[in-house]
Design a protein around this ligand. Structure first.
Ligand code: AHG
Ligand code: MN
Ligand code: MN
Length: 299
């Protein structure tokens, strides 16, 4: 079944359907940049303009499409310093976008993705107010995974750029994969204890450097992803709005959990679009374990 038909069958709000379709339509355009915008940073085009790196390229494609559609009032992206307000928007929706996540892997042709959070209004609100979230993964296949609060569903892009249903109602299984960011030498005591416990239980290491790809794998195979707070950095590296909440929402809707180590990631109200936060995303069992260690440590 095609994505648009599936959204209709599910009784998805019409404006939300249009928005999800808009992102699906941009996937092929972004992919085209993998050839044309590859390795083009700091060079000039024939017109003497500085050419774009792929994440800038993806950013501009998505912002242009959203502006033209007038489907959302607010656009926050990882590549823009300020939230964009769309004049004459037909919906009060706010959107957060990480246009290209895992961009350090582009030059080695590993999986990267686009992550989107959808809010009923302004985006500086806790993740639990989100209407939905989606991500597009550019791997050997291009897939789109979305939730609007009634299941997590996955689609694959065909040669014509349209998406077809691959898996309905994804649920995170039990599994023994761990994807730990940051350097081991900088682990804080409660985090060190957590990672050592997983290792003792035979969890296998899988960390690619692409958050979206790593969480996608956890969603399908179980286990957990973390980019924790570490020595000298109490927020970790990843961003609450662009990475944490949308992927957290996805995994929670699939029966898993997402935390900052102390409590639900989606309960946290951002103070600024650029907020960073420690992230633990995965199975309920693993997230409960880190929260118990954090609590015991009095952190
Ligand atoms: P982005 O490519 O959007 O800047 O995000 C990069 C992130 C994330 O995808 C990944 O989990 C993390 O950076 C990897 O960081 P390290 O290089 O520190 O492992
Ligand atoms: Mn990112
Ligand atoms: Mn990015």
């Amino acid at each position: 079944m095609k994505l648009e038909e599936f959204l209709k069958t599910k009784g998805t709000d019409e404006q939300l359907t249009r928005l999800i379709m808009l992102f699906s339509k941009q996937a092929a355009n972004i992919k085209a940049g993998f050839l044309s915008a590859r390795g083009a940073v700091d060079t000039q085009n024939v017109y003497g303009e500085t050419q774009m790196a792929l994440d800038k390229w993806a950013d501009e494609i998505l912002i242009a499409a959203l502006r033209e559609s007038k489907l959302v009032s607010w656009i926050a992206t990882e590549e823009q310093p300020d939230i964009i307000e769309v004049e004459g928007a037909v919906n009060p929706f706010g959107i957060t976008i990480d246009p290209l996540d895992g961009s350090s892997l582009i030059d080695v042709n590993l999986a990267v993705g686009t992550i989107v959070g959808i809010y009923p209004g302004h985006v500086l609100e806790p993740g639990n107010t989100m209407l939905g979230a989606l991500y597009i993964l550019y791997g050997p296949l291009t897939t789109l995974t979305y939730t609007t609060g009634s299941g997590v569903h996955e689609f694959v892009m065909g040669e014509d750029g349209n998406f077809t249903l691959m898996q309905e109602n994804l649920t995170i299984p039990e599994g023994k994969i761990y994807a730990p960011g940051a350097l081991r030498k900088d682990y804080l005591p409660y985090h060190k204890k957590f990672i050592e416990q997983l290792e003792l239980e035979g969890y296998k290491l899988r960390f690619s450097g692409s958050f979206v790809a790593d969480v996608h794998q956890i969603l399908h195979k179980g286990g957990m992803f973390t980019y924790p707070a570490f020595a000298g950095n109490d927020t970790g590296k990843l961003r609450l709005l662009f990475e944490g909440t949308p992927m957290g929402k996805m995994v929670i809707e699939a029966g898993g959990a997402a935390s900052n180590g102390k409590g639900n990631l989606l309960d946290i109200k951002p103070t600024a679009v650029s907020d960073r936060i420690p992230i633990y995303i995965g199975g309920k069992k693993e997230i409960a374990l880190i929260e118990s260690y954090t609590k015991d440590s009095g952190t």
